[in-house]
Ligand binder design. Structure first.
Ligand code: 2BA
Length: 146
């Protein structure tokens, strides 16, 4: 019985747990690092997806990536922010999930990633899956088996 429930959770499609794209803070390819820093600071998220106008996923951008790009020898060179583009500093090697992937795959990946971007069959960004949501589901499962 327990193992059946466990299998059921592991096989659950991730589509049930996604935070949909309209609720996800993001920046666009071509935005300046100055604008991106504003978005990151205002939303409070340490890292957000980088999308194009067709909502295709290009990478991830964090405050750390921006700060490192303006780090001079003795000071942070804030005046450079307006001339640096998101594309110049983002991480392009994004680990992502497909909408058809299961909870099991997400569980494996959230060990090393605070969140994962999710794309549909055409490669369009549909939202994110966060470590918080995965942990909540795991907690629910653990408390339900006795
Ligand atoms: P972080 O920004 O480093 O946030 C780590 C955890 O801190 C979050 O875990 C959440 O529990 C809490 N937190 C941070 N900012 C918050 C806020 N503005 N409102 C509510 N809670 C906040 P998770 O929820 O598991 O999220 C993991 C990561 O996913 C976040 O890392 C962030 O990079 C990204 N993320 C989550 N929700 C997002 C959204 N709506 N838009 C863009 N990125 C999001």
């Amino acid at each position: 019985m327990i193992s059946t429930n466990r299998r059921a959770l592991l096989d659950t499609p991730i589509s049930e747990f996604i935070i949909s794209s309209e609720k996800v803070a993001h920046v666009q390819v071509g935005n300046s690092a100055e604008h991106a820093l504003l978005v990151l600071t205002k939303t409070g998220y340490s890292s957000v997806p980088v999308l194009d106008t067709k909502y295709r996923l290009h990478g991830l951008l964090s405050t750390k990536m921006i700060t490192e790009s303006i780090l001079g020898l003795e000071r942070i060179e804030y005046e450079k922010l307006a001339n640096i583009k998101v594309d110049d500093v983002m991480d392009r090697g994004v680990t992502y999930l497909k909408i058809t992937d299961t909870f099991q795959k997400a569980l494996d990946l959230v060990i090393n990633h605070a969140f994962l971007c999710v794309v549909d069959h055409e490669g369009t960004f549909v939202g994110i899956l966060t470590r918080r949501v995965i942990l909540k589901q795991l907690k629910k499962y653990i408390y339900s088996v006795d």
